[in-house]
Design a protein around this ligand. Structure first.
Ligand SMILES: Cc1cc2nc3c(=O)[nH]c(=O)nc-3n(C[C@H](O)[C@H](O)[C@H](O)COP(=O)(O)O)c2cc1C
Length: 352
């Protein structure tokens, strides 16, 4: 029977309230992005990949990725690395930080990561991949999920050999992005492999790749038997896409709603990363939010040129004055409790 997008599913005994997972995306999935994703209907959100070496060496910026807020749950924190013991230690930190799921990245195709023996490299080293999965699963009491690509080379079916072995090693759920590492983001995600993986294991499978609409999400669930879909690029600067996919809400946001959501996102991100790091991080989001015919193109170009995020906020409020009231509502709902790692004050991370 086909899964219903707005209904719950389970990872071990943890309830995930909808069948849409917000993808881990390096350089995108900050806490503000994850909170926003939950607010707009994602049942599970995920941090970007966090280096287990960075955790091991208590790198300040890396530890900043482990900040969890009460309105993010359920939340997965994703780690990458190639050494079982270091990965197990990182997983313990992830659990201590308050994550509901620890996710391992066996899909990253970027050379900076694969040359260290991590990410998609491990798809071609299944014994080590399973040793890592087992070490992580045994180190924590929260469930382990693993995210994979189909394999390294085009046409590879490595994920179908590795998937069942990862489950035997302790993975409680698997996510498949069925492109090869070589493909990067070209071509398309071949979800016939997702359907094959679903047949091979008895844990929930999450289908990742090219899901940008409710129609597509339903088609992927129907064709694969997956328990949930993951949405990545489709949700960049477009949380309303999540509403459409999860609830079938097709109404486009007004300019005021877009401006309020973007200003809220800017303020949250600056609080998290500091003004200097935040303002360059945010530039790519302006085009993502203001596109889709929502604002004229020159307006986006103007925002990117501004020196401070406060100037961006003032321009947005001038362009959509009604956004102020909506913004006040969004800000009233934010809990102020995001620091859960003991002894690590927020000031340690801000401005890094
Ligand atoms: C900018 C960007 C960063 C990404 N970073 C990660 C990451 O840190 N970990 C990961 O497992 N996948 C990462 N991915 C892959 C996505 O999670 C997802 O599997 C992929 O984008 C396909 O889904 P989509 O078509 O919905 O975007 C990234 C993708 C993008 C576009």
């Amino acid at each position: 029977m086909q899964a219903v997008l707005q209904e719950s599913w389970w990872i071990r005994d943890g309830e995930i309230p909808t069948r849409v997972v917000l993808a881990p995306m390096a350089g995108v999935s900050v806490q503000a992005f994850r909170r926003q994703g939950r607010r707009h209907g994602a049942g599970l959100v995920c941090s970007e990949m966090v280096s287990c070496a960075g955790i091991e060496h208590r790198n300040e910026r890396t530890l900043g990725y482990l900040r969890v807020s009460s309105d993010e749950h359920p939340l997965a924190i994703q780690i990458f690395g190639s050494e079982p013991l270091a990965m197990a230690e990182a997983a313990r930190m992830v659990e201590a930080a308050g994550a509901d799921v620890v996710d391992i990245n066996f899909g990253c195709p970027v050379r900076k990561v694969t040359k260290t023996g991590a990410g998609a490299h491990l798809l071609e080293h299944p014994d080590l991949a399973c040793t890592i999965a087992e070490a992580v699963a045994n180190a924590v009491s929260i469930p382990l999920s693993v995210k994979m690509r189909r394999g390294v080379e085009d046409g590879s079916r490595a994920c179908l050999e590795l998937g069942p072995r990862l489950v035997d090693s302790g993975a409680a759920t698997l996510t498949l992005h069925p492109r090869s590492a070589k493909q990067m983001y070209t071509g398309y995600a071949d979800h016939t492999l997702t359907a094959e993986l679903v047949e091979l294991v008895d844990v929930p499978i999450v289908a990742s790749g090219d899901v940008t609409s409710r129609a597509r999400a339903e088609a992927v669930l129907a064709a694969t038997g997956a328990s949930a879909v993951m949405v990545g690029r489709g949700a960049q600067g477009n949380p309303w896409a999540l509403r459409e996919i999860v609830y079938g809400e097709t109404e486009q946001p007004s300019r005021e709603e877009v401006a309020a959501e973007l200003i809220h996102f800017i303020r949250e991100t600056v609080r998290e990363l500091g003004e200097r790091r935040g303002s360059s991080f945010l530039k790519k989001f302006y085009g993502w939010y203001l596109g889709h015919g929502r604002f004229p193109k020159p307006f986006k170009n103007e925002l990117v040129q501004l020196d401070s995020t406060e100037e961006v906020v003032l321009r947005l409020l001038a362009a959509a004055p009604g956004a102020a009231d909506l913004l006040a509502e969004l800000e009233a709902d934010v809990p102020g409790d995001e620091v859960l790692l003991e002894g690590m004050p927020i000031s340690l991370y801000g401005g890094g």
